[in-house]
Design a protein. Structure first.
Length: 75
């Protein structure tokens, strides 16, 4: 939670995105690249779907707002 100037607390939610490392080509055709995930668990499920594409070598999870690195998600 973050305190606001009026003394009330505001709930700050963190969203996540997935960034695949590709063997060949770009990740633009993979729908999970464009999805905003509300939780780490949801992002991990999306990464498992990405791995169904043979061109995906690795997947990293980043925060949605700034793009800060969170973790590598392995097969």
């Amino acid at each position: 939670m973050v305190a606001m100037s009026d003394g009330k607390a505001a709930l700050v939610t963190q969203a996540f995105r997935l960034r695949p490392i590709m063997k060949q080509g770009t990740a633009a055709s993979i729908p999970e690249t464009w999805t905003h995930y509300p939780s780490v668990e949801d992002a991990r499920v999306g990464a498992k779907l990405m791995y169904h594409n043979d061109r995906v070598l690795r997947v990293m999870m980043v925060t949605d707002s700034v793009g800060s690195f969170v973790e590598w998600i392995e097969r």
